[in-house]
Design a protein around this ligand. Structure first.
Ligand SMILES: [Zn+2]
Length: 111
């Protein structure tokens, strides 16, 4: 019997691919379903197209969830920020402004 367990669903196929890499590097075999990187979203309702991460072995489900938990919490907070020096909008994964190189949290100049 081939029972598989879904351990994570995310809007981002990149996040799913990232988590899959982490699990497989820990020896947990995974399957990705609804991978939008490999196809075009058709007339299926949007949320049903979210990519899903499944583990092949039911006994590895808890360990997989633990690894996912750690991986998600070690990522940046996910909030974009605005550079106080130049006003540029910066994605969360950057710790400094790509426009003027000011680090996050730099106070505005000239005030
Ligand atoms: Zn800036």
């Amino acid at each position: 019997m081939n029972v598989m367990r879904k351990v994570h669903t995310a809007e981002s196929a990149i996040e799913i691919a990232h988590l899959r890499n982490i699990l497989e590097s820990e020896g947990i075999a995974c399957i990705v379903r609804n991978d939008r990187l490999s196809g075009v979203v058709g007339e299926i309702p949007f949320v049903e197209c979210w990519p899903e991460l499944w583990v092949r072995e039911p006994g590895q489900e808890l360990r997989a969830r633990g690894l996912i938990e750690v991986a998600l919490h070690s990522q940046p907070s996910g909030d974009a920020w605005t550079c106080a020096r130049c006003g540029e909008r910066i994605e969360a994964q950057f710790s400094e402004c790509w426009n003027c190189a000011a680090p996050a949290g730099t106070p505005p100049e000239g005030i």
